[in-house]
Design a binder for this molecule. Structure first.
Ligand SMILES: Cc1ncc(COP(=O)(O)O)c(C=O)c1O
Length: 404
C-alpha cells in the first residue's frame, strides 16, 4: 500500500522532557529510565535502540562525506523523547547539534544539560527570543527582527547567533528567496547578530527540487560575492540524503534516517544507506480467547468470525499512537509469528487474529514494530498505509521509554 509520508508530519506530538522520564516495566532486563510502579507490566512501551542509532549516524556521515550532522529531534525526538535522543546522540562526534520546532523542546534540551548547538526552527516571541539567546539556542529567523535583536544583544552583551531560513518554494516558512538579500544584508550589518547558518527546505518533488536548489545557490552566491558570511549552509533532510547529493552543502539536517527508518518506502532497496530502525513499540497480550463461528469483535461488529477462531487482545490503541488504519493490513509479531490486526483499533486496544490453535498466551510480548525484517516501521507502513512519520511521531509521549 502506498502511504503518504508527510500526511501528519507537522502535527506530531511533543511534550517536555519531564513527561518522558517515566517508567519502565518490571521485567525489563535493563533501562536507563526512571522506574515507576505506576505502569502495569502489560502497558505498551517504546524501546530506543542505542546501537542502531550509533550505526545510523555513522551511515549518514559516510553518505554525507563526513559533513557535520544537525540532528532533527523535533516532535518529541520522533517519538523517542527529545531529551533521550539528544543525550544518546550528543557524544557522537559526527553530531554537530540538534534542531527542534517547539520552544519548550529547545529549553528541555538545555535544562537536561545538552551542550551542543540547538537550532529552534519554530516560532518564538520576543521573550522567547531573549531566553533562547541567553541559553545559546539559535533561532531560525526569516522576518525583520532587527530591533528586538539589538535590544537583546545589548542586554546580554553578546551578539545573537541565528540561522536564516530562505523559502525557495516550499511556501511554509522562510523569507522568499527573491526578497532574502535585503534581510540577510541587514542582519549581516548588525553588530547584534551573528549569522551562523543559512538554510532551506526542499518540497521533495524531484523536478522542482532542482529549481529550488538553483534559487538557493543563486541567492547565497550573490550575497557571498558581496562578502557576506552566511555561516553553514544546509538543506538536506533524509529525502535529500537519498536523492540530492549535490545539495549537502556544509551540513546535513536529517531526522527520520537517524532513527533508522526510510522516509520513503522506495528508498529501502536502493542500498544508499544501511538504516536500522532504532524505535520499537511493544506491549503484552492482555487476553486470548476463542471466538465461536458467528461471534463478533470490535465496535460496530467490525469483525465476524467465519469459523471458530482464537484472537488476542493487545493493550495498544490509537491513543497510544497505533493508527486506526492498522486494522486494514498491519500485522503484529508474537512469539515469532505475524498475526493480522482485525476489527477496529480503538483508543486503548486492538485485536489480532491468531487462527484455529491457541498459539498465544496472556503475558506474551507483542511487537508492533521494531528493527526486524517484516516488522519494520516501513513494513507496517506498506501494509496499512500509515506513514512512518505517523507511526513514530504520534507515539504517546506518556508511554514509558526504555533505552536498550
Ligand atoms: C525544516 C526541516 N528540516 C529537516 C527535517 C527532517 O526531515 P526528515 O525527517 O524527513 O529527515 C524536517 C522534518 O520534517 C524539517 O521540517
Amino acid at each position: 500500500m502506498k502511504s503518504s509520508r508527510r500526511s501528519f508530519l507537522e502535527a506530531g506530538l511533543a511534550l517536555p522532557a519531564a513527561l518522558h522520564a517515566i517508567p519502565s516495566l518490571a521485567e525489563t532486563p535493563r533501562t536507563d529510565e526512571t522506574v515507576s510502579s505506576k505502569d502495569s507490566s502489560f502497558d505498551p512501551w517504546v524501546e530506543i535502540h542505542r546501537e542502531n542509532l550509533r550505526h545510523n549516524v555513522q551511515e549518514i556521515s559516510r553518505r554525507a562525506e563526513r559533513r557535520p550532522i544537525l540532528a532533527v529531534v523535533k516532535n518529541n525526538g520522533y517519538g523517542t523523547g527529545v531529551v533521550n535522543i539528544a543525550q544518546l546522540l550528543e557524544p557522537q562526534a559526527e553530531i554537530f547539534g540538534f534542531a527542534v520546532v517547539k520552544f519548550h523542546e529547545a529549553i528541555s534540551l538545555r535544562d537536561a544539560g545538552i551542550r551542543k548547538p540547538v537550532l529552534l526552527m519554530g516560532p518564538f516571541d520576543e521573550k522567547n527570543l531573549e531566553e533562547a539567546a541567553a541559553r545559546n539556542i539559535m533561532p531560525m529567523v526569516y522576518t525583520a527582527q532587527g530591533a528586538a535583536l539589538d535590544k537583546i544583544a545589548a542586554k546580554l552583551q553578546k551578539p545573537v547567533a541565528l540561522h536564516i531560513c530562505v523559502d525557495t518554494g516550499i511556501g511554509r516558512v522562510g523569507v522568499p528567496y527573491f526578497q532574502a538579500a535585503p534581510l540577510i544584508r541587514d542582519s549581516a550589518n548588525r553588530k547584534s547578530v551573528q549569522i551562523q547558518g543559512t538554510m532551506m527546505t526542499f518540497a521533495e518533488d524531484l523536478e522542482f527540487d532542482k529549481e529550488q536548489l538553483r534559487r538557493f545557490q543563486e541567492t547565497c552566491g550573490g550575497l557571498e560575492k558581496e562578502g557576506i558570511a552566511l555561516g553553514k549552509k544546509h538543506a538536506a533532510s533524509s529525502f535529500t540524503l537519498f536523492q540530492h547529493p549535490d545539495a549537502f552543502f556544509d551540513m546535513v539536517r536529517p531526522g527520520m534516517a537517524i532513527y533508522g527508518i526510510h522516509s520513503e518506502n522506495e528508498f529501502r532497496h536502493t542500498g544508499v544507506m544501511d538504516l536500522r530502525p532504532a524505535i520499537s513499540l511493544k506491549a503484552r497480550v492482555v487476553y486470548a480467547k476463542k471466538l465461536r463461528k458467528g461471534d463478533s469483535a470490535g465496535y460496530n461488529r467490525a469483525y465476524m468470525a467465519k469459523e471458530d477462531v482464537w484472537v488476542a487482545t493487545l493493550p495498544v490503541g490509537h491513543a497510544d499512537g497505533w493508527p486506526r488504519g492498522a486494522a486494514h493490513g498491519a500485522k503484529v509479531r508474537i512469539n515469532g509469528e505475524m498475526f493480522p490486526v482485525i476489527a477496529s483499533v480503538s483508543a486503548s486496544h486492538c485485536i489480532v487474529e491468531i487462527g484455529s490453535e491457541e498459539r498465544v498466551k496472556i503475558g506474551d510480548t507483542a511487537t508492533f514494530f521494531d528493527g526486524q525484517s517484516g516488522s519494520r516501521p516501513e513494513d507496517v507502513s506498506e501494509a496499512c498505509g500509515a506513514s512512518v512519520y505517523d507511526l513514530t511521531m504520534h507515539l504517546n509521549p506518556l508511554l514509558p521509554r526504555r533505552i536498550v
